[in-house]
Design a protein around this ligand. Structure first.
Ligand code: C2E
Ligand code: MG
Ligand code: MG
Length: 692
């Protein structure tokens, strides 16, 4: 920024220097003038006294002889010499003669100077005491007096001439001194300051660091040098702080790995490089999305500090398993991203992925705890390798990350502890899922669901023992299986809303059937999220009350895996439900590795043998018979799901299974058909009598 001349430091300091020179110079000149003035006056008086002494003789003679003519001649001489006027008075004071110089009117400066020098109008009075030779002065000491008035005008004019000359010379001198001072200041101060200013202006505000200011020549050890040194020092400190901030903004504070922002940045850069590489075989880019399996369990059981420690160990392992030029970052939680640059093909990426898995599984201890760590890895390669053809689509960093994420989800679904490459249909699946999700939201709002009821019968006698309510949803003209949309509803939390509707609807139906035909229990499936909801037991109680449903007509089916995942957490809710009088069944039993110890403690009434084991009947009856024996030992009743053949039915009845459910008995029925079945059963006395 250029500073206008009028406001420039150079002009300001020049003005101040000149003013200072003038003040000092004028003060000195004034003192000089005062001194000169008094000297002028003394000189004029002394000269006049000398002139008077010279004419002492003739003046005394003129007075003695009272010779006015002689006196006039003497006085004329005085006036011609330097006096303004002169007179001789006799001893008694009578004027003998007087002469005056004829002077023109004085100018104002002269009058002022006169007033300054001779304000008291000084005169020289000289007593005439010596009579002419030959005369004796008898008893007379003073013959007369010669009085001379000094010509003040002339003296003042001389003084004025001197003063004018001195003023002109002084002004010139003051000006020169002032300018010289300004020049010195400029050289010593303003110029280096301007240099510093220009250097500061050249600093790039985006990258202010690494360009310290140069000290102007000759100022290394003075105040300017000091100021610049301080400035440079401050800049260095700021740079360090800036670096630290940048590190914090781009690094995960726990592990020190790159964070999401930095990863995306690196990924963008790597994508650009890969796009530019002529030979795709040397310039591929692989993105590995690493998610630890069951990390939440470790975190919950061992505590967060152990979890954090584990994440740090994982970060180290991942870093140690890749090249220096590769990037390892943490996306948050237990999710990491590894960016491999210049990868030849999928095989190379697969090799690294396997190395990462091996590295993680070799991590056996964290602190004092033993762990068994596995991970799911999704791999996206860019550009993709297709049958001799490279894909044309160029994903951006988020796109590539999402692809790797989808592949990771696939690895998770397949059981974890593996890596999976991204394929196009994963995106299709993800899109389908998104569509499903939004459709589900609309369906929840519009209550666009329906319940169908699948009957359960007594294995031994064939009497009706109850129904299982199963949800149905028609979306875009097609029936969507609950096996497909219930997990989505779980993930999105919509299951809470859906589950409440199912519960209401089932209770309403059970109450109506009980009033119209007779009491028939209805089973409702409960999802993990519903069970984990702290208000669930209270909700069930309210719904039962609202519809006037006897609690023993409601059975809640909870899958074995859900209960066993967190028994301790679910136990209070199960106990409360049981206390309401509601029956509890463990669904899909046999698939969840139930601990017998837990099973004994659980407040359950029914075990539902999973369809897959019923399917194996009668050739592979081991599990089915074990479950039945276990249930008998624990005084629980058993329901076999998915009974499709007469052999299965026969085997189950023989083995002592209590109830049967499956297509052999009936497919799930619409409410009206189910009601007709209830009606017939009561009419023919084929419903199992219930004891509340
Ligand atoms: P589930 O609770 O084990 O339900 C039994 C499933 O097996 C039902 O499938 C039923 O139609 C089917 N099934 C019954 N008998 C046979 C048979 O003989 N052969 C074969 N192949 N299948 C048979 P559906 O209705 O598709 O339900 C699937 C799962 O969706 C259910 O498994 C349950 O876990 C869940 N589900 C269904 N309705 C609800 C609900 O209202 N809430 C919740 N949370 N989950 C539900
Ligand atoms: Mg069920
Ligand atoms: Mg089941």
């Amino acid at each position: 920024m250029a500073i206008p001349v009028l406001r420039s430091l150079t002009l300001k300091q020049a003005i101040h220097a000149v003013l200072a020179a003038f003040v000092i110079g004028l003060t000195i000149t004034a003192a000089e003038f005062a001194w000169t003035a008094s000297r002028e006056r003394a000189t004029a008086l002394a000269q006049m006294a000398d002139a008077v002494a010279l004419v002492d003789g003739p003046a005394a003679t003129a007075a003695w002889l009272i010779d006015a003519e002689l006196a006039g001649q003497v006085l004329q001489g005085m006036v011609r010499a330097n006096a303004a006027w002169a007179e001789i008075r006799l001893g008694d004071g009578t004027l003998l003669a007087r002469r005056e110089r004829a002077a023109g009117p004085a100018t104002l400066p002269v009058r002022a100077a006169t007033a300054l020098l001779f304000i008291d109008r000084p005169v020289v009075a000289h007593d005439l005491t010596t009579p002419p030779s030959g005369y004796k002065a008898a008893g007379v000491s003073r013959i007369g007096t010669l009085i001379v008035g000094i010509d003040t005008g002339r003296a003042a004019s001389g003084f004025l001439a001197y003063v004018s000359a001195a003023l002109v010379a002084g002004t010139l001198r003051n000006l020169l001194i002032g300018l010289a001072m300004a020049a010195v200041f400029h050289r010593l101060l303003t110029r280096p300051l301007l240099q510093i200013g220009r250097a500061v202006a050249r600093i790039d505000p985006e990258k202010p660091y690494g360009q310290p200011l140069a000290v102007p020549r000759g100022h290394a050890d003075d105040e300017l040098g000091f100021v610049i040194a301080r400035f440079n020092h401050t800049l260095t400190l700021l740079e360090r702080e800036h670096d630290e901030l940048r590190r914090l903004a781009t690094r995960c504070p726990l592990t020190g790995l790159a964070n999401r922002a930095l990863l995306l940045d690196r990924l963008d850069h790597a994508i650009e490089l890969a796009n530019r590489a002529r030979e795709p075989d040397s310039g591929r880019l692989a993105v590995l999305y690493v998610d630890l399996d069951r990390f939440k369990r470790i975190n919950d059981s061992l505590g967060h500090s152990v979890g954090d420690l584990l994440l740090c160990r994982v970060a180290e392992r991942l870093g140690a398993s890749v090249r220096r030029c590769d990037t390892v970052g943490r996306l948050g939680g237990d999710e990491f991203l590894v960016v491999l640059e210049r990868v030849a093909d999928r095989d190379e990426a697969a090799m690294v992925a396997q190395r990462l898995l091996d590295g993680l599984s070799s991590l056996r201890e964290v602190g004092e705890h033993r762990v068994h760590l596995t991970a799911s890895i999704g791999i996206a390669v860019h550009p993709q390798q297709g049958n001799g053809q490279e894909t044309v689509e160029t994903p951006d960093s988020t796109g590539l990350m999402r692809m790797a994420d989808s592949a990771m989800q696939a690895a998770k679904t397949a059981g974890g502890d593996r890596f999976v490459f991204y394929t196009r249909d994963m995106t299709d699946r993800a899109e389908t899922r998104l569509r499903l999700e939004s459709g589900l939201r609309e369906a929840v709002a519009a209550r666009a669901f329906e319940l169908v009821y699948q009957p359960k019968i007594e294995a031994a006698g064939g009497r009706l023992t109850g129904f299982e309510a199963l949800i149905r949803w028609r979306h875009e003209g097609a029936a969507i299986s609950p096996a497909d949309f219930i997990p989505v509803a779980e993930d999105t939390g919509l299951i809470i809303e859906i589950g409440r509707w199912v519960l209401e609807e089932a209770c309403r139906t059970a109450t109506r059937w009980a009033l119209d035909h007779g009491p028939v229990p209805v089973a409702v499936n409960v999802s993990a999220r519903q069970l984990a909801d702290p208000g669930f037991a209270r909700l069930v109680e309210q719904v039962l009350q609202r519809h006037g449903t006897p609690p023993h007509l409601l059975e809640l089916e909870i899958t074995e895996t859900v209960i066993m995942k967190d028994v301790r957490h679910h136990l209070p809710t199960l106990n409360r439900l049981r206390a309401l009088g509601v029956r509890i069944a463990i669904d899909d039993f046999g698939t969840g590795y139930s601990s017998l110890a837990y099973l004994r403690q659980l407040p359950v009434d029914v075990l539902k043998i999973d369809r897959s084991f019923v399917n194996d009947l009668p050739h592979a009856p081991d599990i089915a018979s074990t479950v039945i024996a276990l249930a008998q030992r624990l005084l629980l009743s058993t329901v076999a799901e998915g009974v499709e053949t007469a052999e299965q039915r026969h085997w189950l009845a023989e083995a002592g299974c209590d109830c049967l459910q499956g297509f052999l008995i009936s497919r799930p029925l619409a409410a009206e058909a189910a009601e007709a079945m209830v009606m017939t059963a009561f009419a023919r006395n084929e419903a199992l009598p219930l004891t509340a």
